[in-house]
Design a protein around this ligand. Sequence first.
Ligand SMILES: [Zn+2]
Ligand SMILES: [Zn+2]
Length: 138
Amino acid sequence: MVYKWLNNSLNKLFPYFCALCGEPAQAHIAICKECHNKLKYIDNKCTQCAIPLTGTAKNSICGQCIMHAPHFDQSTSLFTYNTPARQLISRLKFHKKLSLAHLFGTLLAQFIEQQNRENLPDCIAPRPCSPVTQATAR
Ligand SMILES: [Zn+2]
Ligand SMILES: [Zn+2]
């Protein structure tokens, strides 16, 4: 109860503004509803590596994962890499807008909670940006 009161007070003192348009945002998240609706969530993806799939049944595994099974059972991704998600990812990765990490983390948590309530992940791990960083991360 104290946490909720404190959180609501902080939101009034330090309101969130949309990371895309700069307008007042939703409570506890730095994106307005209009811009949030512009983000294109991936509706069909490989259940193992989470790449977008086209022309296959939902919840299937891609050919790459069938040929070379990754060392994890399941992963997820949120958006197609198009505008406006691409803008946000670029700002986070290349312009050090670290506040966007909170936005993506919140959106990921909301997505997992909505989609996967009975099968919550054991852990959340970042995926390296490129094969070069993947090689050095091992
Ligand atoms: Zn906005
Ligand atoms: Zn896959």
